[in-house]
Unconditional design. Structure first.
Length: 430
């Protein structure tokens, strides 16, 4: 097995932490190890207890290691979209070289130029997403390398997030004994592969229903254009069931997974199941339709919140419809309810890989595929020293693992944004 083709993703969620070990062969992902544990220390996508989160990460890593026998040292990390801000930026440089052929070095310099703008001290750069390259007023170029020109420009979207949020995540990963290979915004990596090319181009809302929060990402013209997080998720459904059925939270979660249904009209009213009552030795009997009524009310409210949020960020029309994933997406009838409330096309996305055929693994799978597409573009899996940069459609943040790497590395590599972030991180915790 070629370990250069092995990727490990780390998805830190409010309800669970997923560690995925995947082998990429001929552009196909083969999942060879999975770690999936209940997370502690995380609320609504943000870390509230460092020690508890570190222990959860270690347990998930240990599960994946025992399944494969591979020692995990570095991971592809996804950061949540909480407090994310997207801002348009532009880079402009003169092409170097006597023959005016655009090279990796020119790309490096135009990226640096786009990052020159001042970032507030409380925010951290996560990713840079190029919209297009322009060579001597010729626009809509995906990859300008090899072209002849005098002036190279880049229109891009800069993604920044809360410095505190990023530093807390980095600290947890560091204390778990792991290094970071790449960092990506979760809905950027996951949505890019969950959506079809037509959906990304036409305008589609990618919705990830997590345990403590729901992430919304809008893709238009092949690019991520908006992100937002609603602090309501599957845990709120569990809490509703626990209160109404007067049953322990753990039991309510089992009921949701085993008997849950989101669409009242399609739920069964015939078969009854027993539910233990908290504080007593007795049980009550309920039908799936009764459960569906409880779940449906909460989900209708959540879909209304999503519509309100889309309107707030200026999204009035979704020609590509809505794509739903995440743990809650496993509920039967969810797509029917979403169509009824949102009045648009809706489909559920589930990764189609052995061992992870559940919507809750969408982000973990997307992180691996996104990192591989980055490496394949530059041939880094074959030992190439090309720059750690994807010119189209998205710019991932480079690796953090080389702590002493200078800002400009050899062979034309781009400035290592995450290395600068590490220096800031070290000062932050001194």
């Amino acid at each position: 097995m070629n370990h250069q083709d092995i990727y490990v993703s780390l998805d830190i969620g409010s309800s669970s932490i997923k560690v995925l070990i995947g082998e990429m062969s001929d552009d196909q992902l083969h999942v060879i190890g999975v770690g999936h544990v209940k997370s502690t220390g995380i609320r609504k996508g943000a870390i509230v207890d460092i020690d508890a989160t570190v222990q959860s990460i270690k347990k998930a890593v240990d599960q994946a290691e025992r399944m494969t026998g591979i020692k995990i040292e570095e991971v592809v990390l996804g950061v949540p979209a909480n407090q994310t801000y997207l801002q348009s930026v532009k880079g402009v440089v003169a092409v170097n070289g006597d023959n005016r052929e655009i090279t990796d070095d020119d790309l490096e310099r135009v990226i640096e130029s786009a990052q020159v703008m001042s970032i507030p001290p409380e925010r951290e750069l996560v990713n840079l997403i190029p919209k297009q390259f322009i060579v001597d007023n010729l626009d809509e170029i995906k990859d300008p390398r090899g072209m002849i020109g005098i002036r190279l420009e880049m229109d891009a979207t800069m993604i920044t997030t809360s410095k505190t949020l990023v530093h807390n995540v980095l600290r947890c990963v560091e204390r778990a004994g792991l290094q970071i290979r790449e960092i990506y915004l979760q809905p950027l990596a996951a949505g890019f592969f969950a959506l079809t090319e037509d959906e990304k181009n036409q305008g589609t809302a990618y919705i990830d229903f997590g345990g403590g929060s729901t992430t919304i990402a809008v893709f238009e013209e092949g690019l991520l254009t908006h992100t937002s997080v609603i602090p309501v998720g599957g845990d709120h459904i569990t809490k509703d069931l626990s209160i109404v059925l007067k049953t322990p939270t753990e039991q309510a979660e089992k009921i949701k997974k085993q008997y849950g249904h989101a669409y009242y009209d399609d739920a069964s009213d015939e078969e009854l199941f027993e539910v233990p009552v908290v504080g007593t030795d007795s049980t009550d009997q309920y039908s799936q339709r009764y459960i569906a009524e409880i779940i449906g009310v909460r989900l209708e409210e959540l879909f209304e919140l999503i519509l309100d949020e889309l309107a707030r960020i200026g999204v009035r029309d979704l020609p590509g419809g809505v794509v739903i994933t995440g743990g809650v997406a496993q509920l039967e009838g969810l797509a029917q309810l979403a169509r009824q409330v949102m009045l648009t096309r809706v489909r559920i996305y589930t990764p189609d890989y052995i061992g992870v055929r559940e919507p809750l693994f969408t982000t973990a799978v997307g992180l691996i595929r996104y990192a591989h597409s980055d490496d394949r573009f530059y041939g880094r899996s074959m030992g190439s020293t090309a720059p750690a940069y994807v010119p189209y459609p998205a710019q991932p943040t480079p690796s953090k693992k080389q702590s002493n790497t200078p800002e400009r590395v050899d062979h034309g590599n781009k400035v290592r944004v995450i290395d600068r972030a590490k220096n800031i991180l070290n000062k932050f915790f001194e």
